[in-house]
Design a protein around this ligand. Structure first.
Ligand code: ADP
Ligand code: MG
Length: 244
């Protein structure tokens, strides 16, 4: 098992944001975490990548405990993340943004020098090809349409060769057609690279089409988990989440 999460808990003052969440995720698997606003989804993500330290619980990647490590250390071990807010540098070109990401993966100054030449540009172009943005390599990121910027962000996240990619509302603000395209692309890369993906998403069409499995979070606790068809048929989910 790539990721094993046990009894994850976090309270903010009196609010129990996450109350004993447990799940596992396999390499190459695409797992969706859904639930109403305030359910605790982002808090879960922040605990998985070390931005928030859980009050209790365990997060293991390939059997190695991540709780207590810094976000940087967790990132190095192979947990990548795309952000809700775009984090590219607008005045730099698309290629330069990916090159920057490749540089920050370099482990020592010697690597930085070694990678500072063509090697890194080739790798950047390869990643841009993967996300279908190679034609835009010379353009400043600030000029890109929102959906294209999201593709570049995916390439930036992939530069670290993550074993697990965390995507908190990756398609927020995108048109429906672009959402489907981004998740289809992500799914293909996940299967090719045997990369696990955990994502949150408001668009249920995207969730039901692309997730191998879905977990439903409500008030900090998982209330359902299963294949899309199982979750869709769950009475509690229909009542609490789908409002039926
Ligand atoms: P979601 O991502 O599912 O919308 P969040 O994880 O952002 O939910 O929030 C879960 C609960 O924790 C909410 O009640 C929210 O107000 C609270 N919360 C989240 N972050 C903080 C924080 N840094 N300080 C205090 N309360 C927080
Ligand atoms: Mg959130």
């Amino acid at each position: 098992m790539l990721l094993e999460v046990q009894n994850l808990r976090k309270a903010f003052g009196g609010i129990e944001a996450v109350r004993g969440v447990a799940f596992a995720l396999d390499a190459g698997e695409i797992l969706a975490l859904i639930g109403p606003n305030g359910a605790g989804k982002s808090t879960c993500f922040n605990m998985l990548n070390g931005q928030i330290r859980p009050d209790q619980g365990s997060v293991k990647l390939d059997g190695r405990e991540l709780v207590g490590l810094t976000p940087r250390a967790i990132w190095r071990l192979g947990v990548g993340r795309t952000f809700q807010i775009t984090q590219t540098f607008g005045s730099m070109t698309v290629r330069e943004n990916v090159q920057m990401a490749l540089l920050s993966h370099a482990r020592a100054i010697h690597d930085v020098w070694r990678f500072a030449g063509r090697l890194e540009a080739d790798e950047a172009d390869r990643l841009l090809g993967l996300v279908g943005m190679d034609d835009a390599a010379e353009r400043p990121c600030g000029e890109l349409a929102y959906g294209d910027l999201k593709r570049v962000e995916l390439a930036v996240a992939l530069a670290n060769r993550p074993k697990l990619l965390l995507m908190d509302e990756p398609t927020a603000g995108m048109a429906p057609k672009e959402r489907v395209a981004l998740m289809r692309l992500t799914a293909r890369i996940a299967r090719d690279r045997r990369m696990g993906v955990l994502f949150t998403e408001h668009d249920m069409d995207v969730v039901f089409e692309h997730a191998d499995r879905i977990m439903v979070l409500n008030r900090g606790a998982l209330i359902a988990e299963g294949r899309p068809a199982e979750v869709r048929a769950n009475d509690q989910v229909r009542q609490i989440y789908l409002g039926e």
